[in-house]
Design a protein around this ligand. Structure first.
Ligand SMILES: [Zn+2]
Length: 267
């Protein structure tokens, strides 16, 4: 099989208890789970297109933008990374129409376990995608709030107590923190919230568990990039988060290469 297109983070959903990944390359939607255990090659075609405007760019900014879009596109606004800085609820945003559908809608605050336990937020439509992208093993919603700003404020507050910086190496090694009790951690988090935030708490959401398609996990993950080698290939051992796990402990972060034009070849 052969398919070519600009990389975008893999689509993921849960089917029969397992995460299923699909990679869109132009018109082809490649089922990645079925490639686990097989030899694959991704060849960079020496071309990067901006994920927002499509123009050629020599370098990708913030996971796939040309410099101009990085500076102006609503998808690259500061509040994407720092929700507490979102000002859409005050009527201020790069693009209010975008903000209406991305910031001024219900958001969830959650606890997730990737390496350690961390607090995070996401739009209500992004469950469980967000957790899969992070390579979380377990996750639970702890609050539903009306907009992105409040979600960010709650996240900043809880970060003092759930301060894990997800370590991608630990996440990929699949060292699961078996001792963490998310039910108990949720109760702890909710009790910590100040009154004005506690009104949004949810204490009856189910604890999700995510199982990734992987035959083996790397012991000492080594990260690959098309910036250093144009052709990346080997046996696909598994997929976790947005990483392809290749043989010999090599890993490729697909999302980091958003916009890179590649050709995928399989047997
Ligand atoms: Zn652009």
């Amino acid at each position: 099989m052969e398919a070519q297109g600009n990389l975008l983070k893999m689509k993921a959903e849960i089917a029969e208890d397992k995460v299923e990944y699909q990679l869109r390359l132009s018109d082809d939607l490649v089922d990645m789970n079925q490639l686990v255990g097989k030899e694959i090659t991704l060849a960079f075609q020496n071309q990067i297109n901006c994920v927002a405007c499509g123009k050629l760019t020599s370098k990708s900014f913030a996971e796939g933008f040309c410099y101009n879009c990085f500076q102006t596109a609503p998808e690259a606004e500061d509040c994407v990374l720092r929700p507490e800085t979102c000002r859409a609820h005050l009527g201020e945003a790069r693009d209010m129409a975008f903000a209406e559908s991305h910031c001024l809608i219900p958001h969830y605050v959650y606890l997730a376990v990737s390496s350690g336990i961390k607090v995070g937020i996401t739009r209500s439509t992004q469950i469980p995608t967000r957790w899969i992208d992070q390579g979380a093993w377990k996750a639970v919603i702890i609050a539903e709030v009306p907009n992105r700003h409040i979600a960010g404020v709650m996240e900043v507050f809880l970060k003092d107590y759930f301060a894990d910086k997800t370590n991608w190496r630990t996440m990929l090694k699949n060292e699961l923190a078996e001792t963490i009790d998310l039910d108990a951690e949720r109760q702890k988090a909710i009790e910590l919230l100040p009154e004005e935030l506690k009104q949004y708490a949810k204490n009856d959401e189910k604890v999700w568990q995510l199982n990734y398609p992987a035959e083996a996990y790397p012991l000492k993950p080594k990260s690959l990039t098309f910036d250093k080698e144009a052709q990346i290939g080997g046996v696909l051992k598994g997929i976790k988060g947005q990483y392809l796990l290749l043989d010999n402990d090599r890993v490729l972060n697909i999302r980091k290469h958003n916009g890179y034009l590649v050709k995928l070849t399989t047997d």
